[in-house]
Design a binder for this molecule. Structure first.
Ligand code: AMP
Length: 395
């Protein structure tokens, strides 16, 4: 059994062009001692900021960082100088494939297995493996834990995992995995804390609407279905990702436009979604600011809300009704008008928003007596990583 000398746990969450890190003191209060955020890695406008637990900026830089390796190295160098003792590091790993359905200690064997999974997510897994290696360079003895974003959905009913493709592709692992699992798992614990076990066990849809966006249908605390599928490109349209497309669209691009593979990947991952439809920005705040001047900004907002509404309807069908709807992440937590638009025609499901509560991002934004309780909740993937990491250290 590992002896835990300290309760400081570092949680590392690498996105495709961002890096979020938090250092927690895992006492009863689960205090954040430090948080770091690097945005626009490898791009112009790169921004690196480290804050202390009180939100005071300890380090800030607007210098272009080549890649995730450069970003994580910079952070770890800074951290090592502070001589903060660490008990362990937990990483968000986007895809655990067929075999990983729980967080696990990182071993050479697992790293090898993750290299084998790189084809499933060439946009994220290589960065995450580099982060693991970088931590080992700075802290060779430190325990590292992998927390898989797919784990929460790994035991969705088969029917939610199938694609209507030949059987051999299913056996090979071409199936609907689902993502944002750490966010969903955290929020299910939160629902239990704020609304009780009965609400957490009920029929819940969580709408994680950020730059990456997905929804999950949850019953008995377990994932029944989700909008993302084989990769985080699928499902609901996002900031720059297309979400679901007719496969014929990709075939057309290959056949008629002779688009090479990297160009197709760039199109569906980085040039579509809100950015593609508006031609302006992937950031919904920018689009709201321009919606009266630019009809394409308004169309992008409308398409996003329309798709979100459609998925709420579909997932309510999976659950056979709905008790709780949760809005979370950047858009879900902060944009009342978007929530209102999404919920606009969902009164037939028992969703009735209270306009005043919604406008002030209240905890509960549904009318009293509404059949469905609609909540706004803050997600915290980093804390979920730290909790998993701590519990593995204890075993
Ligand atoms: P996320 O990926 O969770 O950081 O969410 C980013 C998205 O949330 C962008 O489309 C932002 O425009 C939108 N957003 C709206 N209000 C806020 C806010 N106060 N903070 C962060 N993101 C916000």
């Amino acid at each position: 059994m590992q002896r835990v000398k300290d309760n400081h746990i570092l949680a590392i969450n690498s996105g495709s062009s961002s890096l979020k890190i938090a250092l927690f003191r895992m006492d009863k209060k689960e205090t954040v001692d430090l948080s770091a955020r690097v945005e626009r890695i490898g791009l112009s406008g790169c921004h690196f900021r480290i804050k202390d637990g009180k939100g005071r900026v300890l380090f800030e830089e607007h210098q272009r960082l080549r890649d995730h390796d450069a970003a994580i190295n910079k952070f770890l160098k800074w951290l090592q100088k502070r001589k903060t003792p660490l008990a362990a590091v937990g990483h968000r790993v986007v895809n655990g494939g067929l075999n990983y359905d729980l967080p696990e200690l990182i071993t050479p064997r697992m790293e090898k297995a993750l290299i084998g999974l790189e084809p499933l997510d060439p946009d994220h897994l290589p960065q995450e493996l580099k982060a693991i290696k970088a931590v080992r360079r700075f802290y060779p003895e430190l325990t590292q834990v992998a927390c898989f974003d797919t784990a929460f959905h790994r035991h969705m009913p088969d029917i939610a995992q199938w694609y209507p493709l030949p059987r051999e592709l299913w056996r090979e692992g071409i199936r609907r995995y689902g993502f944002h699992g750490l966010s969903y798992e955290y929020l299910i614990h939160e629902i239990k804390r704020v609304a009780g076990a009965k609400a957490a066990r009920g029929r819940v849809i969580i709408a994680h609407l950020g730059n990456g966006a997905s929804m999950a249908a949850i019953r008995g605390g377990k994932s029944m279905d989700t909008t993302m599928g084989f990769t985080p490109t699928g499902g609901l349209m996002m900031g720059t990702r297309s979400g679901d497309l007719d496969p014929g669209v990709i075939l057309y691009l290959l056949r008629e436009k002779f688009m090479p593979l990297p160009a197709v990947s760039d199109l569906v991952n980085h040039r579509s979604g809100l950015l593609g439809v508006s031609g302006i920005s992937s950031d919904l705040r920018d689009l709201v600011a321009q919606k009266t001047k630019n009809p394409h900004a308004l169309e992008a907002i409308e398409l996003f809300c329309y798709q979100a509404r459609k998925f709420v309807g579909a997932l309510a069908g999976v659950l056979g009704g709905l008790d709780t709807l949760i809005f979370t992440a950047g858009i879900g937590e902060n944009m009342p008008r978007i929530r209102r638009r999404i919920c606009q025609r969902l009164d037939f499901l028992g969703i009735h928003l209270d306009p005043a509560l919604n406008e002030r991002n209240a905890e509960v934004i549904s009318r009293s007596g509404s059949q469905v309780t609609v909540r706004v909740m803050k997600t915290n993937e980093e804390l979920m990583i730290a909790r998993h990491t701590r519990s593995l250290l204890r075993h």
